[in-house]
Design a binder for this molecule. Sequence first.
Ligand SMILES: Nc1nc2c([nH]c(=O)n2[C@H]2C[C@H](O)[C@@H](COP(=O)(O)OP(=O)(O)OP(=O)(O)O)O2)c(=O)[nH]1
Length: 170
Amino acid sequence: MKPLGQTVRLTGKVKETIRKLDHRADQEIARPLRLVVAALMLRNSSSGDAQTIEVLICQRKPNEPMSLKWEFPGGKIEPGETAEEALARELNEELGIDAVIGRRVAQVHHKYRNGGAIDLQFFVVNEFQGTLENKIFNDVRWSPLVALPEYDFLAADLGLVRDLADGRLL
Ligand SMILES: Nc1nc2c([nH]c(=O)n2[C@H]2C[C@H](O)[C@@H](COP(=O)(O)OP(=O)(O)OP(=O)(O)O)O2)c(=O)[nH]1
């Protein structure tokens, strides 16, 4: 038996293997799958005879990660919450409204380049009480569905944005 405190010499290959394992463990601990919910808040707008469906979109602040990208209002599900409860809470915190959460229309799994993965569920919101207030965003706008691809959306949203603009989802 070696006495305690004696240094064990590791070969370069063993050191490399340990370094890789450590690195993988760090990533898994630091970056669990984030469960996120977001709202497709819809309204009808009419000009003349034409009816357009508009959706509420929000721009992230300049000092946040993924700054100035556009997204749909929402956020992470907290422990003990259902997806609908989490979304109602987020809409209240971000926009000051009491929303009626409608049907779930899409679910997206996305891996960001920094290694973070998200599971994103989208719910329709057609009804809410209260006055919309921008509490945390750089900008908040109603956009016609067809105009959504003009905005610089978060990568995880791009497929959904295309489907909404092409009339494939709603
Ligand atoms: N609300 C919302 N989040 C989205 C969308 N698309 C998308 O990739 N996300 C991501 C951005 C965030 O990483 C995460 C939402 O978490 P969050 O609302 O708590 O925002 P956050 O920036 O504080 O997140 P984090 O840095 O703490 O991870 O989901 C979207 O359309 N809406």
